[in-house]
Design a protein around this ligand. Structure first.
Ligand code: PEP
Ligand code: MG
Length: 325
Protein backbone atom coordinates (compact mmCIF):
# COMPACT_ATOMS: atom_id res chain seq x y z
CA UNK A 1 0.00 0.00 0.00
CA UNK A 2 2.61 2.54 1.11
CA UNK A 3 4.59 1.86 -2.04
CA UNK A 4 1.49 2.25 -4.17
CA UNK A 5 0.79 5.61 -2.54
CA UNK A 6 4.40 6.70 -3.00
CA UNK A 7 3.96 6.10 -6.74
CA UNK A 8 1.06 8.55 -6.74
CA UNK A 9 3.25 11.36 -5.44
CA UNK A 10 3.58 13.17 -8.75
CA UNK A 11 0.18 12.18 -10.08
CA UNK A 12 -2.34 15.04 -10.08
CA UNK A 13 -5.49 14.38 -8.06
CA UNK A 14 -8.05 14.41 -10.87
CA UNK A 15 -11.39 12.62 -10.74
CA UNK A 16 -12.44 10.25 -13.53
CA UNK A 17 -14.63 13.02 -14.92
CA UNK A 18 -11.75 15.45 -15.01
CA UNK A 19 -12.12 17.62 -11.89
CA UNK A 20 -8.83 18.50 -10.23
CA UNK A 21 -8.69 18.55 -6.44
CA UNK A 22 -5.98 20.40 -4.50
CA UNK A 23 -4.50 18.31 -1.69
CA UNK A 24 -2.55 20.11 1.00
CA UNK A 25 -0.81 18.95 4.13
CA UNK A 26 -1.29 19.72 7.81
CA UNK A 27 1.83 20.20 9.92
CA UNK A 28 2.91 21.58 13.26
CA UNK A 29 6.47 20.50 13.89
CA UNK A 30 9.68 21.04 11.94
CA UNK A 31 9.91 17.27 11.35
CA UNK A 32 6.51 17.26 9.62
CA UNK A 33 7.61 19.64 6.91
CA UNK A 34 9.68 17.31 4.65
CA UNK A 35 6.54 15.20 4.18
CA UNK A 36 5.39 17.87 1.73
CA UNK A 37 7.94 16.52 -0.74
CA UNK A 38 7.30 12.84 0.03
CA UNK A 39 3.55 13.16 -0.40
CA UNK A 40 3.45 15.62 -3.27
CA UNK A 41 1.15 17.94 -1.28
CA UNK A 42 0.55 21.24 -3.06
CA UNK A 43 1.31 23.29 0.01
CA UNK A 44 1.18 23.32 3.79
CA UNK A 45 -2.51 24.09 4.17
CA UNK A 46 -2.51 24.27 7.96
CA UNK A 47 0.52 24.89 10.10
CA UNK A 48 -0.51 24.60 13.76
CA UNK A 49 1.88 27.10 15.35
CA UNK A 50 0.87 26.33 18.93
CA UNK A 51 2.94 23.12 18.93
CA UNK A 52 6.19 25.11 19.07
CA UNK A 53 4.76 27.05 22.00
CA UNK A 54 3.57 23.90 23.80
CA UNK A 55 7.00 22.27 23.56
CA UNK A 56 8.96 25.33 24.69
CA UNK A 57 9.87 25.92 28.33
CA UNK A 58 9.21 29.64 28.09
CA UNK A 59 7.17 31.85 25.81
CA UNK A 60 9.05 31.89 22.46
CA UNK A 61 10.35 35.37 21.71
CA UNK A 62 9.81 37.11 18.40
CA UNK A 63 13.23 35.96 17.17
CA UNK A 64 12.57 32.32 18.16
CA UNK A 65 9.30 32.45 16.29
CA UNK A 66 10.86 34.14 13.28
CA UNK A 67 13.61 31.51 13.02
CA UNK A 68 11.11 28.72 13.32
CA UNK A 69 8.80 30.08 10.59
CA UNK A 70 11.76 30.92 8.38
CA UNK A 71 12.91 27.32 8.75
CA UNK A 72 9.52 26.13 7.51
CA UNK A 73 9.66 28.42 4.47
CA UNK A 74 13.22 27.34 3.72
CA UNK A 75 12.23 23.68 3.87
CA UNK A 76 9.48 24.21 1.26
CA UNK A 77 11.13 26.68 -1.12
CA UNK A 78 8.61 26.16 -3.89
CA UNK A 79 5.25 26.22 -2.09
CA UNK A 80 3.03 28.56 -0.08
CA UNK A 81 2.56 28.02 3.63
CA UNK A 82 -0.62 28.70 5.59
CA UNK A 83 0.22 29.51 9.17
CA UNK A 84 -2.50 29.56 11.75
CA UNK A 85 -2.03 32.01 14.60
CA UNK A 86 -1.84 30.60 18.12
CA UNK A 87 -4.71 28.28 18.93
CA UNK A 88 -4.11 27.83 22.65
CA UNK A 89 -6.52 27.45 25.51
CA UNK A 90 -8.95 24.60 26.18
CA UNK A 91 -6.92 21.37 25.72
CA UNK A 92 -3.83 23.22 24.45
CA UNK A 93 -2.10 24.49 27.58
CA UNK A 94 1.20 26.36 27.74
CA UNK A 95 3.03 25.10 30.84
CA UNK A 96 4.68 28.48 31.50
CA UNK A 97 1.49 30.51 31.28
CA UNK A 98 -0.56 30.99 34.41
CA UNK A 99 -3.38 28.49 34.23
CA UNK A 100 -6.74 30.14 34.15
CA UNK A 101 -9.49 28.21 35.88
CA UNK A 102 -12.52 28.06 33.65
CA UNK A 103 -15.68 26.03 34.06
CA UNK A 104 -15.88 25.31 30.33
CA UNK A 105 -12.47 25.75 28.74
CA UNK A 106 -13.61 24.70 25.26
CA UNK A 107 -16.07 27.58 25.44
CA UNK A 108 -13.60 29.82 27.16
CA UNK A 109 -10.71 32.16 26.61
CA UNK A 110 -8.83 30.63 23.73
CA UNK A 111 -7.39 31.07 20.25
CA UNK A 112 -8.19 34.43 18.60
CA UNK A 113 -10.02 35.54 21.75
CA UNK A 114 -6.69 35.59 23.57
CA UNK A 115 -5.05 37.18 20.54
CA UNK A 116 -7.52 40.06 20.46
CA UNK A 117 -7.48 40.59 24.23
CA UNK A 118 -3.67 40.45 24.39
CA UNK A 119 -2.80 42.02 21.05
CA UNK A 120 0.88 42.23 22.05
CA UNK A 121 1.14 38.43 21.68
CA UNK A 122 -0.70 38.37 18.38
CA UNK A 123 1.35 41.29 17.02
CA UNK A 124 4.60 39.57 17.92
CA UNK A 125 3.56 36.39 16.17
CA UNK A 126 2.32 38.21 13.09
CA UNK A 127 5.53 40.19 12.87
CA UNK A 128 7.56 36.98 13.03
CA UNK A 129 5.44 35.42 10.27
CA UNK A 130 5.58 38.48 8.03
CA UNK A 131 9.34 38.76 8.36
CA UNK A 132 9.86 35.05 7.77
CA UNK A 133 7.64 35.21 4.69
CA UNK A 134 9.69 37.93 2.95
CA UNK A 135 9.57 37.35 -0.78
CA UNK A 136 7.20 34.39 -0.40
CA UNK A 137 3.52 33.60 -0.55
CA UNK A 138 2.35 33.81 3.06
CA UNK A 139 -1.11 32.83 4.13
CA UNK A 140 -2.19 33.52 7.68
CA UNK A 141 -5.43 32.29 9.19
CA UNK A 142 -7.09 33.08 12.47
CA UNK A 143 -8.62 30.27 14.58
CA UNK A 144 -12.01 30.32 16.32
CA UNK A 145 -13.36 33.36 14.53
CA UNK A 146 -16.95 33.73 15.78
CA UNK A 147 -18.03 36.75 13.79
CA UNK A 148 -16.96 39.10 11.02
CA UNK A 149 -15.92 41.78 13.52
CA UNK A 150 -13.31 39.49 15.08
CA UNK A 151 -11.86 38.76 11.68
CA UNK A 152 -11.73 42.47 10.84
CA UNK A 153 -9.98 43.21 14.14
CA UNK A 154 -7.37 40.50 13.60
CA UNK A 155 -6.86 41.59 10.00
CA UNK A 156 -6.33 45.20 11.09
CA UNK A 157 -3.58 44.07 13.47
CA UNK A 158 -1.89 42.10 10.69
CA UNK A 159 -2.04 45.03 8.27
CA UNK A 160 -0.62 47.37 10.89
CA UNK A 161 2.30 44.99 11.34
CA UNK A 162 2.84 44.89 7.61
CA UNK A 163 2.90 48.69 7.60
CA UNK A 164 5.43 48.64 10.43
CA UNK A 165 7.74 46.33 8.44
CA UNK A 166 7.47 48.60 5.41
CA UNK A 167 8.29 51.71 7.41
CA UNK A 168 11.36 50.03 8.81
CA UNK A 169 12.56 48.84 5.45
CA UNK A 170 12.16 45.10 5.98
CA UNK A 171 11.35 42.80 3.11
CA UNK A 172 7.72 41.76 2.94
CA UNK A 173 5.83 38.75 1.61
CA UNK A 174 5.38 38.71 -2.14
CA UNK A 175 1.77 37.76 -1.53
CA UNK A 176 -0.09 37.99 1.75
CA UNK A 177 -3.47 36.36 2.17
CA UNK A 178 -5.48 36.61 5.36
CA UNK A 179 -8.10 33.98 6.06
CA UNK A 180 -10.66 32.96 8.64
CA UNK A 181 -11.19 29.51 10.04
CA UNK A 182 -14.81 28.49 9.99
CA UNK A 183 -15.20 26.37 13.10
CA UNK A 184 -17.57 28.30 15.36
CA UNK A 185 -21.20 27.75 14.31
CA UNK A 186 -22.22 31.41 14.70
CA UNK A 187 -20.20 32.13 11.57
CA UNK A 188 -22.56 29.90 9.58
CA UNK A 189 -24.97 32.84 9.64
CA UNK A 190 -22.43 35.37 8.46
CA UNK A 191 -20.97 33.26 5.71
CA UNK A 192 -21.49 35.58 2.77
CA UNK A 193 -20.04 38.50 4.74
CA UNK A 194 -16.98 36.61 5.90
CA UNK A 195 -16.45 35.13 2.44
CA UNK A 196 -16.42 38.63 0.95
CA UNK A 197 -13.94 39.99 3.46
CA UNK A 198 -11.51 37.14 3.92
CA UNK A 199 -8.98 36.18 1.25
CA UNK A 200 -9.74 32.53 1.97
CA UNK A 201 -11.74 30.35 4.33
CA UNK A 202 -10.56 27.18 6.02
CA UNK A 203 -13.09 24.88 7.63
CA UNK A 204 -12.04 23.44 10.99
CA UNK A 205 -14.49 20.59 10.95
CA UNK A 206 -13.14 19.05 14.18
CA UNK A 207 -14.30 22.04 16.17
CA UNK A 208 -17.26 22.90 13.98
CA UNK A 209 -18.82 19.49 14.60
CA UNK A 210 -17.94 19.59 18.30
CA UNK A 211 -19.75 22.91 18.70
CA UNK A 212 -22.67 22.03 16.43
CA UNK A 213 -23.47 18.97 18.49
CA UNK A 214 -22.32 20.42 21.82
CA UNK A 215 -20.23 17.27 22.20
CA UNK A 216 -16.62 17.40 23.41
CA UNK A 217 -14.44 16.16 20.53
CA UNK A 218 -12.09 14.40 22.98
CA UNK A 219 -14.79 12.70 25.01
CA UNK A 220 -15.67 9.55 23.07
CA UNK A 221 -18.65 8.93 25.30
CA UNK A 222 -20.41 11.79 23.57
CA UNK A 223 -18.38 12.47 20.41
CA UNK A 224 -19.08 9.00 19.01
CA UNK A 225 -22.82 9.58 19.22
CA UNK A 226 -22.67 12.02 16.31
CA UNK A 227 -21.35 11.54 12.84
CA UNK A 228 -19.63 13.90 10.45
CA UNK A 229 -21.70 12.37 7.70
CA UNK A 230 -25.01 13.46 9.20
CA UNK A 231 -27.37 15.65 7.16
CA UNK A 232 -26.96 18.65 9.51
CA UNK A 233 -23.17 18.61 9.26
CA UNK A 234 -23.22 18.03 5.51
CA UNK A 235 -25.66 20.90 4.99
CA UNK A 236 -23.53 23.23 7.09
CA UNK A 237 -20.45 22.26 5.11
CA UNK A 238 -22.28 22.71 1.84
CA UNK A 239 -23.33 26.24 2.80
CA UNK A 240 -19.72 27.16 3.51
CA UNK A 241 -18.56 25.86 0.12
CA UNK A 242 -21.46 27.68 -1.60
CA UNK A 243 -20.67 31.01 0.06
CA UNK A 244 -17.03 30.71 -0.95
CA UNK A 245 -18.12 29.97 -4.50
CA UNK A 246 -20.46 32.97 -4.66
CA UNK A 247 -17.77 35.34 -3.37
CA UNK A 248 -15.00 33.76 -5.44
CA UNK A 249 -13.13 33.07 -2.17
CA UNK A 250 -11.11 29.85 -1.97
CA UNK A 251 -12.33 27.38 0.65
CA UNK A 252 -10.24 24.55 2.06
CA UNK A 253 -11.28 22.06 4.70
CA UNK A 254 -8.48 21.21 7.13
CA UNK A 255 -10.22 19.08 9.78
CA UNK A 256 -9.50 15.37 10.16
CA UNK A 257 -12.54 14.29 8.14
CA UNK A 258 -10.89 15.60 4.95
CA UNK A 259 -8.25 12.90 5.36
CA UNK A 260 -10.68 9.98 5.43
CA UNK A 261 -11.55 8.76 1.95
CA UNK A 262 -15.30 8.28 2.44
CA UNK A 263 -15.67 11.65 4.14
CA UNK A 264 -13.48 13.27 1.49
CA UNK A 265 -15.78 11.79 -1.16
CA UNK A 266 -18.77 13.45 0.52
CA UNK A 267 -16.89 16.75 0.74
CA UNK A 268 -16.08 16.74 -2.96
CA UNK A 269 -19.73 15.95 -3.70
CA UNK A 270 -20.68 19.01 -1.60
CA UNK A 271 -18.44 21.22 -3.72
CA UNK A 272 -15.07 21.20 -1.93
CA UNK A 273 -12.10 21.32 -4.29
CA UNK A 274 -9.34 21.77 -1.74
CA UNK A 275 -8.55 19.66 1.33
CA UNK A 276 -5.71 19.79 3.84
CA UNK A 277 -4.88 16.68 5.79
CA UNK A 278 -2.23 14.77 7.71
CA UNK A 279 0.59 13.52 5.45
CA UNK A 280 -0.36 9.84 5.73
CA UNK A 281 -3.88 10.58 4.45
CA UNK A 282 -2.82 12.10 1.15
CA UNK A 283 -2.12 8.79 -0.65
CA UNK A 284 -5.41 7.12 0.31
CA UNK A 285 -7.47 10.23 -0.49
CA UNK A 286 -5.73 10.74 -3.82
CA UNK A 287 -6.32 7.13 -4.70
CA UNK A 288 -10.07 7.58 -3.95
CA UNK A 289 -10.17 10.71 -6.13
CA UNK A 290 -8.56 8.93 -9.09
CA UNK A 291 -11.32 6.35 -9.07
CA UNK A 292 -14.20 8.77 -8.45
CA UNK A 293 -16.89 9.82 -10.88
CA UNK A 294 -17.61 13.12 -9.14
CA UNK A 295 -20.71 13.99 -11.11
CA UNK A 296 -22.29 10.70 -10.09
CA UNK A 297 -21.35 11.25 -6.44
CA UNK A 298 -22.80 14.77 -6.52
CA UNK A 299 -26.13 13.55 -7.86
CA UNK A 300 -26.20 10.68 -5.38
CA UNK A 301 -25.49 12.84 -2.31
CA UNK A 302 -27.96 15.52 -3.42
CA UNK A 303 -30.62 12.81 -3.75
CA UNK A 304 -29.83 11.46 -0.27
CA UNK A 305 -30.05 14.91 1.28
CA UNK A 306 -33.31 15.69 -0.51
CA UNK A 307 -34.79 12.43 0.77
CA UNK A 308 -33.65 13.08 4.36
CA UNK A 309 -35.80 10.95 6.65
CA UNK A 310 -34.10 12.00 9.87
CA UNK A 311 -31.52 9.21 9.85
CA UNK A 312 -28.59 10.33 12.04
CA UNK A 313 -25.98 9.53 9.41
CA UNK A 314 -25.63 8.90 5.68
CA UNK A 315 -22.44 6.90 6.24
CA UNK A 316 -23.82 3.48 5.37
CA UNK A 317 -25.45 4.69 2.18
CA UNK A 318 -22.35 6.57 1.09
CA UNK A 319 -20.22 3.52 1.81
CA UNK A 320 -22.52 1.31 -0.27
CA UNK A 321 -22.28 3.86 -3.07
CA UNK A 322 -18.47 3.96 -2.86
CA UNK A 323 -18.17 0.17 -2.81
CA UNK A 324 -20.57 -0.35 -5.70
CA UNK A 325 -18.42 1.71 -8.11
C1 PEP B 1 -10.28 21.84 13.38
O1 PEP B 1 -10.80 22.32 14.38
O2 PEP B 1 -10.87 21.11 12.57
C2 PEP B 1 -8.86 22.11 13.06
C3 PEP B 1 -8.37 21.88 11.86
O3 PEP B 1 -8.04 22.58 14.01
P1 PEP B 1 -7.64 21.85 15.38
O4 PEP B 1 -7.93 20.37 15.21
O5 PEP B 1 -6.20 22.16 15.59
O6 PEP B 1 -8.53 22.51 16.37
MG1 MG C 1 -9.96 23.90 15.54
Amino acid sequence: RQEQYAKLRDVRAVTKDGVEIALHMNAGLAIDVPHVHETGAQSIGLFRTELQFMLASRFPRMDDQYRFYKGVFDAVPDRPVTFRTLDIGSDKILPYMAKIEEENPALGWRAIRIGLDRPGLLRMQLRAMLKAGAGRELRIMFPMIANVAEFEAAKAIALRELEHLRRHGYGEPETLRLGAMVEVPSLLWELDLIAERADFLSVGSNDLVQYMYAADRDNTRVSKRYDNLSPPVLRALERIADSGGRAGTPVTLCGEMGGRPLEALALLALGYRSLSMSPSAIGPVKSMILSLDLDEAQVYLATLLAADDGAPSLREKLRDFALSR
